[in-house]
Design a binder for this molecule. Structure first.
Ligand code: NAD
Ligand code: MG
Length: 393
């Protein structure tokens, strides 16, 4: 029996992984070690019971008693807080899904890599904030990272074990999000509710808003650079409203391989779960005749300044990825709280990158967790202060 752990089990990705495991025999076929969640204690306990997990961990220390009560009589251990997450990641499991949202996902994922485990990585923020550290840690221990982000899974699959020597470019697609066709002058007044809808994918609220602002694609550009070790000029973005083609790999001989599928994350999660085999997965099959036509267009950097900021980070390296991500997370909190406008998010990130560039050590990639978190804190502080100043104007 293979053993698995899921960090961020109660989120959108985590629920999809749970669904796959339950479709595939549940606890009779899988030994579930750890499941983690946040404030939704009832759901976390329900999942842990259904999969007969060894331990369930909530991110919030003040919820430990609630979790204990919800698990009473089950024999499942309960734990809480960031340190408990890392301890749970230390428990041996053959396969671990990193599906916490945000920079908070870095520490447990790193611990899995330190112990040489296989990490299925949905948490793109790990590679954006600490790509060098993450890849070096995996290399040192012999750990394997399997991409779960749909575009990166698509590239990984289209490469089919080839190295990058013959590859001229990789292209990740973007649906364009909620505001793809909005007039530019309306964007500043976009509401949280409007930004929280997605034309094709059902995802958590934060990544859905990041899709509308294109910060999700910005993170994915950096993620591709770090994971595949490919230079920025060879990574492209293509707007593709139907979200059927997830990525393209173009070779020097003029041939391009595309990965296609309906927009359902259970494909990419299931691919990583069963890799290197391919399993029969409970996802809809592609019917191109029913879809009829697919469309593509070049991305518009005026509409989506996030893409320009990602290019800047890809050139700069050092701590810039950690700074961009943390400033973006803070700006998203400020947008959600009504403190800044939709279009202010990119301005906040740009101002933070500009201001922190001059700080000592910015040009050096942080190579331990404490340094990553230090840059993360500096960026959040700057971006939060920026939002306060902006709100007063
Ligand atoms: P989500 O918001 O739906 O779920 C996030 C999970 O993380 C929940 O279990 C939540 O309880 C937990 N969590 C939140 N804050 C935490 C904290 N501070 N500490 C510990 N746990 C915390 O998010 P999601 O949409 O499932 O996305 C998860 C990750 O997968 C993100 O990195 C996202 O970029 C990536 N991803 C998501 C999708 C998608 O379809 N949703 C696609 C590709 C990549
Ligand atoms: Mg993606």
């Amino acid at each position: 029996m293979r053993s698995v752990s899921i960090f961020g089990a109660t989120g959108s990705i985590g629920e999809s992984a749970f669904d796959l495991l339950m479709h595939d025999g549940g606890p009779d076929r899988w030994r579930v070690v750890a499941l983690s969640g946040g404030a939704n204690i009832a759901r976390l306990a329900q999942m842990a019971r259904a999969l007969r997990a060894e331990i369930a961990v909530t991110a919030y220390p003040e919820r430990l008693n609630d979790l204990r009560e919800a698990l009473a009589g089950s024999g499942i251990d309960a734990a809480a807080g960031p340190a408990a997450l890392v301890e749970a990641a230390d428990r041996p499991a053959d396969w671990t899904l990193s599906a916490i949202i945000g920079a908070a996902g870095l520490a447990p994922g790193l611990r899995v890599l330190e112990r040489g485990g296989t990490l299925a990585l949905a948490n793109k923020e790990s590679l954006v904030t600490a790509g060098r550290l993450v890849m070096a840690t995996a290399q040192r221990s012999g750990a394997r990272i399997l991409p779960v982000d749909s575009e990166h899974s698509a590239i990984f699959q289209a490469l089919g074990g080839d190295n990058l020597d013959s590859v001229e470019a990789v292209t990740i697609t973007a649906s364009g999000g909620a505001f793809r066709d909005w007039p530019l002058e309306r964007l500043a007044d976009a509401t949280v509710a409007e930004a929280s809808t997605h034309p094709n994918w059902a995802m958590g609220q934060r990544i859905t808003i990041d899709s509308a602002s294109m910060f999700n694609k910005a993170l994915e550009l950096i993620e591709a650079q770090e994971f595949f070790g490919i230079d920025p000029a060879r990574i492209k973005v293509l707007v593709h409203p139907e979200s059927i083609v997830h990525a393209l790999v173009s070779h020097k001989d003029g041939g391009t391989l595309a990965h296609l599928g309906p927009p359902d994350m259970r494909h990419a999660i299931g691919y990583a779960l069963h890799w290197p085999d391919r399993a029969d997965l409970p996802v809809a099959r592609l019917d191109l005749a029913a879809i009829g036509s697919l469309s593509f267009r070049a991305p518009d950097e005026e509409r989506w300044p996030a893409l320009r900021l990602a290019r800047q980070v890809m050139q700069t390296g050092g701590a810039s990825g950690a700074v961009l991500n943390a400033a973006k997370e803070q700006a998203l909190d400020d947008f959600l709280a009504g403190r800044i406008r939709f279009t202010d998010m990119a301005s906040a990130v740009e101002a933070t990158l500009d201001a922190l560039t001059a700080r000592p050590g910015f040009a050096t990639s942080p190579m331990d967790l404490a340094s990553v978190l230090d840059w993360d804190q500096q960026a959040r502080q700057f971006a939060a202060a920026w939002a306060v100043r902006e709100a007063r104007r």
